[in-house]
Design a protein around this ligand. Structure first.
Ligand SMILES: *[C@@H]1O[C@H](CO)[C@@H](O)[C@H](O)[C@H]1NC(C)=O
Ligand SMILES: *[C@@H]1O[C@H](CO)[C@@H](O)[C@H](O)[C@H]1NC(C)=O
Length: 314
């Protein structure tokens, strides 16, 4: 995997994130990006073609690729790791292979995956993607960690990924190992989505006191913590349709945090569950939250027009 030769890589599977990663690798000079398209929909085939991905069997993938990026829904991550391992063991020839699990698994699951690959010839890298898929204007952070014995593989993986356009940040130093990248994802998600859960809880509580209490809360936040109003505007509208997905994620975060952190996230999971149920039942709870966002937006718009007025008058 020297920096002069261009390696063959694999990205499994060509979902929205996987295809966007493949497209970036391709745009940055990787000419062979393998994937497996067995049983996939016409839409997925089209997405794979658009990202310059080529179909290959798992046997071909483990024989030709030097590095496999696994980008699948968390529930499929283990099965894919097992499929790759089985294909590798039965292949005619084996070269050193890197398997990068990029999925939102908890650190315990990653440690189980490390046991699966132990002594197999496949080196596991624990990675997580923070942010939306790569685009012309955005490159998500890919945090990566490995077993201390595999630090040099982590280094060459990092160099290669950066060379081909990915934003990989390795976690190294004291105590770093498999599970740490996953722990970054858990902690990050606990802070960002936990904050959304807290905003949601208190907006609903204020509104339950009375709708004018909710308006008063908005005024008070704007007065004392305007940056929080901006956060609510930026995060809350996108979070509402995904609330059902956050329930399980917050339960995972609670398991990771442990102790009283577990109780905190149990509560946050149940508030997201309330929001998700409300959306499927006509949306009273979601309606309250959207009304708050609407008022916050109107407040910001009024401020920016009055700022323009001031400039024009001066
Ligand atoms: C990664 O570490 C494992 C032991 O933890 C070892 O068996 C394997 O050879 C290492 N891989 C590389 C490429 O050094
Ligand atoms: C919100 O805060 C800004 C900055 O302190 C202030 O100029 C604006 O008048 C406030 N908006 C309302 C509706 O109070």
């Amino acid at each position: 995997m020297g920096s002069t030769s261009v390696p063959a890589l694999a990205v499994l599977a060509p979902g929205e994130m996987g295809a966007a990663i493949a497209a970036r690798l391709s745009a940055c000079g990787v000419s062979t990006i393998l994937t497996n398209l067995d049983g996939r929909s016409e839409m997925t085939l089209e997405r794979a073609r658009a990202s310059n991905m080529q179909h290959a069997s798992y046997t071909e993938i483990v024989q030709r690729a030097t590095c496999i990026y696994s980008v699948v829904p968390p529930k499929d991550a283990f099965a894919l790791a097992e499929t790759i391992l089985a294909a590798y063991k039965t292949a005619e020839s084996q070269h050193p292979l890197i398997f990068v699990d990029c999925n939102a698994l908890n650190p315990e699951s990653m440690k189980r995956m490390a046991v699966l690959f132990d002594g197999s010839g496949i080196t596991l890298i624990d990675a997580v993607i923070i942010g939306t898929p790569p685009s012309a204007t955005f490159n998500p952070g890919i945090y990566a960690s490995a077993d201390p014995k595999n630090v040099s593989t982590l280094d060459s993986f990092t160099r290669m990924s950066i060379q081909f356009g990915l934003n990989v940040i390795p976690l190294k130093g004291e105590g770093a190992g498999i599970g740490d990248a996953s722990a970054v994802k858990m902690s990050h998600s606990g802070i960002v989505k936990g904050a959304i859960g807290l905003f949601t809880t208190m907006i609903l509580a204020a509104n339950a006191a009375s709708p004018s209490t909710a308006s008063g809360l908005l005024h008070a936040l704007n007065h004392s913590q305007p940056a929080m109003v901006d956060l609510i505007l930026r995060l809350l509208p996108h979070a509402l349709p995904k609330a059902y997905r956050f329930v399980g994620e917050m339960e995972e975060v609670g398991g990771f945090a442990g102790g009283s952190g577990a109780n905190t996230f149990e509560g946050i999971a149940s508030i997201f569950s309330l929001v998700a149920d409300s959306q499927s039942e006509g949306g009273v709870v979601a309606g309250v939250l959207l009304e708050f966002v609407k008022q916050a937006k109107e407040m910001r718009e009024k401020e920016s027009t009055s700022a323009v007025d001031k400039i024009q008058k001066s």
